[in-house]
Design a protein around this ligand. Sequence first.
Ligand SMILES: Nc1nc2c(c(=O)[nH]1)N[C@H]1C(S)=C(S)[C@@H](COP(=O)(O)O)O[C@H]1N2
Ligand SMILES: [Mo]
Length: 413
Amino acid sequence: MGSRRAWLEHTASLGWAALIGCNQDEKWNAGGHEAAEDAAIKPDARAPTPHEAQGPDCSDAAPWKRLGAIPFADALEVDFGKLRGEGWDARLYTDLTRLSEDALLTSNEEFYIRTDYPDTLEPGSLWDLELGGRVMSPRALSYDWLLERTKSQGVVLLECAGNHRSGGFGLMSAARFSGVSVEEVIAEVNPTPDATRLLFTGYDMHSVPSVGGHSTPGASWSFTPEELINADAFIATGMNGAALPLRHGFPFRLVVPGWYGCSAIKWLQSIVWERGDALATSQMQEFAGRTHQTGTPARASDYRPAVIEQAAMPIRLELVEDEHGKFVHVIGVAWGGAKALSSLSLSVDGGNQYEAVALCHAPSSDATWRLWSYVWEPPRNGLYALRCRAPTGVPMQRLDAGRYERSVTIDYL
Ligand SMILES: Nc1nc2c(c(=O)[nH]1)N[C@H]1C(S)=C(S)[C@@H](COP(=O)(O)O)O[C@H]1N2
Ligand SMILES: [Mo]
């Protein structure tokens, strides 16, 4: 353990361990009392450089030799970054195994796709965003109106509520968006007193039907204004410094940070004020189960916010070696949740016993993912089931259900 310990002491002297609490991992602390010592280390008064702010095992400078990747036993062959299927069934999966502290943004080319640019639209079509319904006088906002008011909206992660194992969980990506806050946009009209909900509708006509009726036509979601304002929802016009790509909703889309992708209406056409007893849309019904509703409520007001609860999973396993032998470096990602994560634990036995992992550098916003790292010394060869858990009390239905559990066969011992 000598060199692993030495590395901890080195980074601790830079103030890193105390900054992000990496010393929770007992493998970095041969004796219990040393953990207490590490905890007492005060961060430097000066701000850490980005490099220093990374964990010992989050950076590339860790004191061990990489021998190679250990594949997940549950991973199917996924053609990451390639668009497959048509219309509503079009999918492009992001390769999460390539995430690193230096690469936490997904490029526009690799950002996941769920539903292609509608083939019934002339590519690049522009239209006005209609603001109407129960309002005193409706308005239409031009693309230029939105561009003039566009501001940076920070890094936001989107995850499809149907994100699945056979796609390497690659229906999830994070990009830097720009756009106009929903609060500013809806202030352009005055709702009538009986209007309490906002219905966002996007263009959704494809000439090719979804295979097996997998996706139903109609892309709209109904929210309360409070839900949108609390989530800092915005109308995106730009993504990673470029205009919103066609497939991601050009000319504009809704983005609701912290909510599942199904609410992030692409090719947005209208925002309509409606009454509190408005019915749920076909899109809300289609995604009721995947957004953890109770049954399929008929009224929009009976839907709980389609938020992403705390989630986490391993994304990459590396076989590494130092002078004491071989071991496994587990790199994972954590996302979702209403609050910044205080700690995270990993089980390698399907959820019986957990140990704390080291959370890497805190993300630029709560709306995106964060890496974590764990040094694992499997006692023997065999099949292991890796799953994560947040502290008790944090809502994490999908973690509780083992949705993001990954399995791996260890055979190097
Ligand atoms: N108009 C329209 N908007 C839509 C959809 C759609 O089919 N049509 N799919 C939704 C779903 S289910 C997801 S997960 C996100 C995917 O956004 P992306 O393809 O830009 O990643 O868009 C949402 N917005
Ligand atoms: Mo989705």
